[in-house]
Design a protein around this ligand. Sequence first.
Ligand code: KG4
Ligand code: ZN
Length: 338
Amino acid sequence: MQLSALTLGIETSCDDTSIAVLRGFEVLSSLVSSQDDLHVQWGGIVPEAAAREHLEMALPILEAALAEAGVSLPDLELIGVTTRPGLVGALSVGASMAQALGAWLNVPAVGVNHLHAHLLSPLLSDPAIAFPSLGLLVSGGHTELVLLTSPTEFEILAETRDDAAGETLDKCARLIGLPYPGGKELESLALSGDSSKYALPEPFLRDRSAFSFSGLKTAAARLVEEHSQDLDRASFAAGVQARVVEALVRQTQYWIEECEVRTVTLSGGVAANRSLRQALQTLAERNNVAFVAAAPAYCTDNGAMIALAAQILQGTAHESLDVNSRSQESDVQRPTTD
Ligand code: KG4
Ligand code: ZN
């Protein structure tokens, strides 16, 4: 695949204001202003506060991203922006900015589905990924296994029935007093723990098209209650993380065989987890398929993956700038069942 447009990527769907400049696959700059410090006081994201913070940060981050890339606005050839799924107020900040810039500069402004962008983000590590590929997308809001027959064709094979993997890790982290979002801290704590010390259930379902993490979450809450005085937090963290990884690996194994894919990719915030990366690498080697994970910097929400997705998806049916009516839809196609 050849890409060469000088592209601005804008991501404001949730709690990170991120803007990047790419030329084709090459990231010239990618800046992120995280709102974690703002939302930590509430233990979760407050949509109104998120939108206001995006409004505050969007222009300074834009200026800094252009400066770091060594380009100015009139140089841009394409603008990509996340338009769904996400928080409507937060999405609107990025979409308004993209539309205004596009109109003023007379360049296309392409609305990008955040999930497509995560799924395409491993291409920033390896632009020559062999298709068909099986994309495991694990973030705070989504857990999906998606078949990509090409970079523009997405078909959901499995998705979560309840909590997402990242949400589960965040909630379990919160149970033991770690700050939001706790996935990363849980990982650090798990390093010194024993994952088999506590009997936590593996959240595995016989239904190959589903993940479910609510049972693990409930068992984790009960365990913390029972051991209120003597909980070994590191072993609790290691146990939760191991069970989540095992469930992800099991379903991935099934679909590698079923779809005869050439590559397995890993993306989304939870893809930064070293234990998950290692487990999938091992799984891919065992199955003789390539493994490409998004680089850690492009696992959590970032403008670089939006700029990349805009270049790849421009002109396809996946392009849209409609924010309000479809902000909750994932728009990744499900397989037909007949
Ligand atoms: O993709 P992302 O930035 O936002 C969504 O689109 O949801 O993912 C955020 C999620 C959070 O649940 C966070 O705890 C998790 O990614 N996360 C991690 C790690 N770094 C971020 N989970 C496990 N290990 C990590 N190192
Ligand atoms: Zn995300």
